[in-house]
Design a protein around this ligand. Sequence first.
Ligand SMILES: [Zn+2]
Length: 111
Amino acid sequence: MNKKIKVARIPWTIKLVPLVTLLSDDDNEYFGVSKHKEKVIEVAEQGHPNHVNNVLCHEIIHAIVSEYRIAALHDEEGGHDESAVQQLAVGLNEVLTSLGIDLVAVIRGKK
Ligand SMILES: [Zn+2]
């Protein structure tokens, strides 16, 4: 299931994928990835809906930090401040959930 979004007017694609396709080269499991060159966010669709929504928000925040080049959320090595990204993601998901918005359901086209 793919859905297009825009970040800083740039089209990105959100894909809900099986967890197995997100296995990294070092066999570590991860639940989401934002591919900044390809403008693709992939999120594992398995798991508790709240967790999947948190992961989706996390990857969307990464896309926003990149496309808007938010300097304050980059670390010294040029990566993103993961702790800040995660706090923003949890907060965003909390707000959406309190409004009755299930982002994963929206991506799946069920709402
Ligand atoms: Zn991250």
